[in-house]
Design a protein around this ligand. Sequence first.
Ligand SMILES: *Cc1c(COP(=O)(O)O)cnc(C)c1O
Length: 404
Amino acid sequence: MSDTPLRTDAAVAEAERHTAHNYHPLPVVLTEGDGAWVTDVDGRRYLDCLAGYSALNFGHRHPALIDAARKQLEAVTLTSRAFLHDQLGPFTRALAQLCGKDLVLPMNTGAEAVESAIKVARKWGYRVKGVPDGQASIVVAENNFHGRTTTIVSFSTDPVARADYGPYTPGFRLVPYGDLEAMRSAIDETTVAVLIEPIQGEAGVIVPPDGYLRGVRDLCTDQNVLFVADEIQSGLGRTGYTFACDHEGVVPDMYVLGKALGGGIVPVSAVVADADVLGVLRPGEHGSTFGGNPLACAVGLAVVELLRTGEFQARARELGAVLHEGLRSLVGHGVTAVRGRGLWAGVDIDPGLMTGREACERLMARGVLAKDTHGATIRLAPPLVVAEGDLQFAIARLAEVLAG
Ligand SMILES: *Cc1c(COP(=O)(O)O)cnc(C)c1O
């Protein structure tokens, strides 16, 4: 063993040489994934506690999802929406049912789905609400993360995500997250939508105060404003329910979904809403070459089928309790705060000890992959197929890291 040269250093250099530097990855080069575990070029195994930012809610290569993809690869993979195909109906019907809505607009990436929701909300504002042409406003929250397009970064409050990308798209009003009074003041007759994450993921897994989502729902209903919930990261089982909005029994007007909808295999995103909202789109007014392709629909349908039994949601609830109990025991021992719901946690590391990045590097050396955010926070979001013993493993490794 010890005289086998490690491949990682060369593999890191090779992976980075011609790759744009818009990420600062941990120096690990993965070759295989299976369930909650991944293997690197040197054969070392790691528990994946990031799960592709929740794109891997069902773990790496879930058999049902791989089967669905493989079957579809043998049939037809792309038709364009100029024609229909036999996977489109089953997928949109199943997803609409899961959401309790009428219609599904299939797209590819999360940012595209957010852009689509913005377009639908504006069109709804002009055609249905009667907002004067060109005046539509959308209320968004500080510290949001909704993606990387020029319009979306226009209303980001993170200078790293936003700087140097102007001129910026107008039409967005920022309010503090969790503050209903500020939201009420920001809404006027030009407001077509409120766009928020029910839990702010990239901001550090920020859970809003109890009653906030209910309050947003009531405000939107009272003011004839669409409640658009970006559940791209929080949805599809992660927090212990199908949607994070379910924690307050709240149904938004539009769900924006992505990440786990593609089963960790292909990018699949969607906007899901009732016909009085999504019905504003007429032929030619919006589209996507790849959106709703047969492979994406086959995988997306298999994802919805996994979620239909509630098994994964229950796992996230039960194992989430184990995760949070373990993490809470570290508060005062190198951890200053823990937030989150279900199998999703933001853990603030005592800045006097080390940065979040350093904590992630040390976790990596002990066989746990996680991601830092905003300096002091690390995010834990293992696949929902994770075993309880794996969680205990991760918590014990974190305790070691913090103990020095
Ligand atoms: C990841 C994410 C997005 C963007 O999704 P992409 O597929 O990376 O474009 C948007 N909103 C939220 C809440 C996300 O977590």
